[in-house]
Design a protein around this ligand. Structure first.
Ligand SMILES: *[C@@H]1O[C@H](CO)[C@@H](O)[C@H](O)[C@H]1NC(C)=O
Length: 270
């Protein structure tokens, strides 16, 4: 469910207009990626609607045995009690013995602004710790404020649509992408695939962007349509949130009352 929403700024207004007029580009195939080697990305998480077999709706990244980082917009209109967090997945439609399923015990947001698509990050605390093994492992966080220079090569991945109007794939897809700065914003990390139609798509939201082995982005949104060849893909810039993430993790481990600065929502029945 990557939001097809524009970043703010008058320069981009015509792009929004095109989106409102329904100008979706035909996208070839994530879009234009390849099937990942099974379980080669053991931090990759599938968020699924409980009770819908293969009800994948967003990605996420395991960053601690009890915590998944995803996009805030993924759970915006969703009852967290109806979300399954699934680890160790390769094929969404197979009953894989590697899979571990959890429910969400708590959510932590950090000044998410849905109008501007800012701070589109969300921490999900699992109901119990994951069992770490070859198929389930935590991703490495960057340093706070670490810079990812233009032209850095990164890996995007997900079970998102294979095109704006295409279905979800069964197995995890991955795609080599390059960090770019054109049309980007300071709170985002942006990527592009030159000279062909490729990029993240609906269903990739919340998933990881891995650069040099480090989690640097959370899939946030695309402009107008998937893999347009004209606009970069937008990720939340993880390095801006590392101090916050560490304080949430420390607080959950009972290291003290460090939760002053984050909004914290206890899960409750609605
Ligand atoms: C993707 O990137 C990796 C690492 O930079 C490289 O080894 C590999 O050949 C690339 N694959 C494709 C299909 O471009």
């Amino acid at each position: 469910m990557t939001h097809s929403r524009r970043p703010s700024g008058p320069a981009l207004a015509p792009i929004l207009l095109a989106a409102l007029l329904g100008g979706a580009a035909r996208a070839a195939e994530i879009v234009g990626g390849r099937a990942a080697e099974p379980h080669s990305r053991p931090y990759m998480v599938s968020l699924q609607r409980r009770g819908f077999p293969g009800g994948h709706f967003c990605g996420g990244t395991l960053i601690h045995p009890r915590f998944v980082l995803t996009a805030a917009h993924c759970l915006r209109d969703m009852n967290p009690l109806l979300v399954s967090v699934v680890l160790g997945v390769h094929d969404l439609q197979a009953s894989e013995p590697t899979q571990q399923r959890f429910s969400v015990a708590r959510l932590f947001e950090n000044n998410y602004d849905p109008e501007e698509n800012l701070n589109d990050v969300l921490l999900l605390q699992l109901d119990r710790p994951a069992t770490l093994n070859d198929q389930v492992a935590v991703a490495q966080l960057p340093e706070q404020n670490q810079v990812v220079p233009q032209d850095t090569r990164c890996l995007a991945m997900g079970w998102g649509r294979l095109g704006t109007r295409e279905p979800l794939p069964r197995v995890l897809q991955e795609l080599n992408v390059t960090v770019v700065t054109f049309l980007c914003r300071p709170h985002n990390l942006c990527t592009f695939v030159p000279r062909r139609r490729a990029g993240i798509c609906f269903g990739d939201s919340g998933g990881p962007l891995i650069c040099n082995g480090v989690l640097q982005g959370v899939d946030s949104f695309v402009i107008r349509a998937c893999a347009t060849t004209h606009h970069p893909d937008f990720f939340a810039r993880v390095s801006l949130y590392v101090d916050w993430i560490r304080s949430v993790l420390a607080g959950a481990e009972g290291a003290g009352p460090q939760r002053r600065h984050q909004m914290e929502a206890e899960v409750s029945e609605t």
